[in-house]
Ligand binder design. Structure first.
Ligand code: M6R
Length: 366
């Protein structure tokens, strides 16, 4: 049942070229330069006119929501908020006509996310869902939605569900931008062409698993970890830290790289491993100077870099190269080496990676 893998988590990490392709199938039509999302067909034109989108989610799904925030703001120019479902539901949230509340949930059964939707619905909002489990409670309560089609995720640590959520949010943001006219045909075509190439690029990254395993051997006994990224890769840094803490029990924190100076830099010394997402994008130069700041304080740096990178490679202890893609699609690639890094560190520490202590696959109590 684990398909020859030691754990479900590893199997699910390796399934990602397929799960992302499954998620795109029939929706992304690169030849026709078209995106078809039957699941939100009735609401797409309203979504294009939305005043505001609020994503409600927990855990990894909340991180996917943060990526969605960048995507919808950048492509569709819609104001987005990303809320922890548990916080949203216990406030008196302001919901106005024309607002969309979108729940993101792998299981579709998370109690707080479900309750946040019920509240939004009672206030008259249009509610949509991005769920993996077909027929789940959240998929049933929502007006419409887009399934992630990642297949069953057994490992408690979410991996393929996350990349499928980001894939769906990318499709939704692109379709909305197209309907709204905030994207040129040229840019639209370029992005969907690159999106179509993502599964093969994920497969390329997975070929580096032995290299990543070797790196993880040197960090097995770390007590702490910091993950840093900017822009779209900031939520990936949060996700990398969550993955590591939940399966290896190493204390890990994710931050936007520029926030480091406002506190966390005090933690840096030779015992502090720092993982940087330092791919070629619009904040590359800034991230390079953040890496310099860490190296000047003797932090040990593992960096995720773009193929052909020279500058970062010279500065860091370990660099993991990943293929280039359009900037807004980077989270689909940068997340993968971080999943593998966490997995190998946890296995080397002898942890039960598929069923970490104190955690349940779906949190149906609040
Ligand atoms: O099923 P959901 O996506 O609603 O679950 C949300 C979180 O409980 C979940 O993402 C959790 O954080 C995972 N263990 C992360 O790996």
């Amino acid at each position: 049942e684990k398909g020859g893998f030691d754990h479900f988590m590893l199997k699910e990490i390796f399934e990602q070229p397929k799960s992302i392709a499954d998620c795109l199938r029939g929706r992304l039509l690169p030849e026709e330069a078209l995106i078809q999302l039957g699941g939100i067909h009735n609401n797409l034109s309203k979504l294009a006119k939305a005043k505001r989108i609020v994503f409600v989610a927990c855990g990894t799904s909340w991180h996917a929501g943060l990526v969605g925030e960048y995507l919808f703001e950048e492509l569709a120019r819609i104001n987005v908020e990303v809320e922890y479902a548990s916080e949203f539901r216990y406030r008196n949230p302001i919901i106005k006509e024309g607002d969309f509340i979108i729940a993101i949930s792998q299981s579709g059964e998370t109690a707080d996310t479900m309750a946040a939707l019920e509240l939004a619905k009672s206030k008259g909002a249009i509610i949509l869902g991005v769920c993996n489990v077909v027929g789940s409670s959240i998929s049933r309560i929502t007006d419409e939605g887009v399934y992630t089609h990642a297949g069953p995720e057994i490992g408690v640590a979410s991996t393929k569900a996350f990349t499928a959520q980001v894939t769906v949010l990318t499709l939704m943001a692109l379709a909305t931008a197209k309907a709204k006219g905030t994207i040129t045909d040229d840019v639209f075509r370029r992005i969907i062409f690159e999106l179509d190439a993502i599964p093969a690029k994920v497969a390329e990254i997975l070929k580096k698993s032995e290299e990543i395993k070797d790196i993880s051997k040197l960090f097995t006994f770390a007590q702490n970890f910091i993950f840093l990224g900017r822009g779209l890769n900031f939520p990936v840094a949060l996700e990398g830290a969550l993955k590591l803490k939940e399966i290896s029990y190493i204390h890990a924190e994710g931050y936007p790289a520029a926030e480091m100076k406002h506190g966390p830099i005090a933690l840096i010394d030779e015992d502090m491993p720092v993982v940087f997402i330092a791919t070629k994008d619009s904040s590359y130069e800034k991230v390079v100077s953040n890496i310099q700041e860490v190296k000047a304080r003797k932090g040990r740096v593992i960096a995720i870099v773009s193929e052909g990178d020279v500058d970062v490679k010279k500065m860091v202890d370990f660099a993991i190269e990943i293929p280039n893609t359009h900037e807004i699609l980077q989270p689909l690639l940068t997340a993968i080496p971080l999943q593998l890094l966490s997995y190998y560190i946890a296995v080397l520490r002898g942890r039960n990676v598929d069923q970490p202590r104190n955690l349940a696959k779906s949190v149906t109590v609040e």
